[in-house]
Write a protein that binds this ligand. Structure first.
Ligand SMILES: [Zn+2]
Length: 163
């Protein structure tokens, strides 16, 4: 039976400078809650660095841990979810307001419409952060397609070449 030797650790002082010292990107990070990091618009890996610059623009990388944000592409997902959620919740509130108070139409134009707009604008950033965090945790990537060949060059439906 071969003896198992424990791995030896080299003290930092005797290591060659910069050769095998782990950088911030090599340090393993514990998995953070996607809701916690996403809704706060923070980095999905470290939970500290900001994810967005401006209103909805995703940064190139995390200023705290250096995570490359190039994987992040939620496309129009946040807009869809915000539109759906605000549509349902906002319409329920609108209908409750309409059927209980019976306000004139100008009240809806002055109160309801700006409220719906504000709800959408306030929800977009957290939803975008949440979706980017979910992409990071689930390692979502754009689809990669493999060619099955052109007409007459691939295999048939039963795995044999068509005649
Ligand atoms: Zn980070």
């Amino acid at each position: 039976m071969a003896a198992v030797r424990p791995a030896t650790l080299t003290p930092l002082a005797s290591r060659p400078s910069g050769a095998d010292i782990p950088t911030m990107t090599d340090v393993p990070h514990p998995r953070l809650s996607t809701l916690s990091t996403g809704l706060r618009c923070r980095c999905p890996r470290c939970g500290e660095g900001p994810l967005l610059t401006g209103y909805l623009t995703i940064r190139d990388s995390c200023p705290a841990c250096g995570l490359d944000y190039s994987f992040a592409d939620p496309a129009d997902g946040p807009a869809f979810f915000v539109m759906s959620l605000v549509g349902v919740v906002g319409m329920m509130a609108f209908m409750a307001f309409e059927f209980t108070v019976h306000p004139p139409i100008w009240v809806h134009l002055v109160v309801t419409l700006p409220l719906l707009t504000l709800m959408c604008l306030a929800s977009l950033r957290p939803f975008k952060g949440w979706m980017v965090s979910e992409q990071y945790v689930h390692k979502a990537a754009p689809p990669e397609w493999a060619s099955l060949g052109g007409h007459g060059t691939g295999t048939g439906p039963r795995g044999r070449r068509p005649d």
